[in-house]
Design a protein around this ligand. Structure first.
Ligand code: GDP
Ligand code: MG
Length: 293
């Protein structure tokens, strides 16, 4: 018997907002790399996490949630998800065992049906339902004859996540590792700086701040003593600017302090973080705002 060949490639995680794409990615990578939020749609840019196994390297691509493309912003997010699927070697559709096959799940299904490449189905959140309730979901999925494998799991508890990772690795082409083996993401540090600021903003503004808010890192300068980061928060309306700044600048200050602390431990260096807020209507129509680099 010969040895198993080494495999490497891209695996896109797709699904409607809130099914647990980012939670699954974080669980696999064992550290916080994608923002997880009880509110949908917090992954605006594509986040790539690299998972290294003895016989495979999987580059997981997290995508914005697929849903109702009637609104322009949603359309842009669906486009981004579709592009990730087109670029990937294998595609994974996530659904939730607690709320399976909703309208937006069907949208995701159509999207991956159009991809002539290995497809996997993850039925997430099995911790929320009695075991027997998962069976009809699996049966329906098997009946579609679309999926190379169907894996019920819980991204939250970790149950069956290993099985999913093995299944994903099996779908990849034979190839040497595409990235050095100690890499966990191919995103630049400045990308993470923006993500951390965005996470704090979302945490502290609750329902008030819509998802049409972006953070772009204008400059990222390393000296031997500290890293100086200037980040720009883009909002769509003057009223949103007020929310982000807060009374007497209090909210922006809190966001800045917490983001700086996280960045200092993430980057292992002292950080000087400057935040600015600008009103820019329809900023998201400009593709450059989507991928701060
Ligand atoms: P995304 O929008 O698909 O990236 O979803 P997130 O990963 O941000 O998760 C959305 C919400 O679902 C968060 O509150 C997660 O904690 C929760 N969640 C994710 N996976 C599971 C799971 O396996 N079980 C349970 N009970 N909750 C989960
Ligand atoms: Mg997400």
């Amino acid at each position: 018997m010969g040895e198993e060949p080494f495999r490497s490639g891209f695996v896109a995680l797709l699904g409607r907002p809130n099914v647990g794409k980012s939670t699954l990615l974080n669980r696999i990578l064992g550290q916080k790399i994608a923002i997880v939020s009880p509110k949908p749609q917090t992954t605006r840019n594509r986040i790539r996490g690299i998972h290294n196994l003895p016989d495979a390297q999987i580059i997981f691509v997290d995508t914005p949630g697929i849903h109702d493309p009637k609104k322009d912003l949603n359309r842009a997010m669906v486009r981004s998800a579709r592009e990730a699927a087109v670029d990937a070697d294998a595609v994974v559709l996530l659904i939730s065992a607690a709320e399976p096959w909703r309208e937006d799940d069907e949208l995701g299904l159509e999207l991956i049906r159009a991809q002539a490449k290995p497809r996997l189905l993850v039925i997430n959140k099995v911790d929320l339902v009695p075991r027997l309730e998962a069976l009809p979901i699996i049966e329906r999925a098997a009946g579609l004859e679309l999926f190379a494998e169907i894996v019920p799991l819980s991204a939250r508890t970790g149950e069956n996540v290993d099985r999913f990772v093995q299944a994903a690795a099996r779908q990849l082409p034979e190839s040497p590792a595409l990235f050095p083996p100690d890499t966990i993401t191919d995103q630049a540090e400045r990308f993470w700086a923006g993500e951390v600021v965005r996470e704090k903003l979302i945490m502290h503004t609750q329902e008030e701040l819509p998802y049409t808010t972006a953070v772009t890192v204008e400059s990222f300068e390393e000296t031997d003593k500290l890293i100086r980061i200037r980040a720009l928060i883009l909002v769509e309306r003057e009223s949103q600017k007020g929310i982000v700044i807060g009374r007497g600048g209090s909210l922006l200050k809190k966001v800045g302090t917490e983001a700086r602390r996280d960045l200092e431990s993430f980057l292992g260096s002292k950080v000087f973080l400057e935040l600015f807020v600008r009103v820019e209507k329809d900023w998201w129509r400009n593709p450059a705002s989507w991928n701060p680099s």
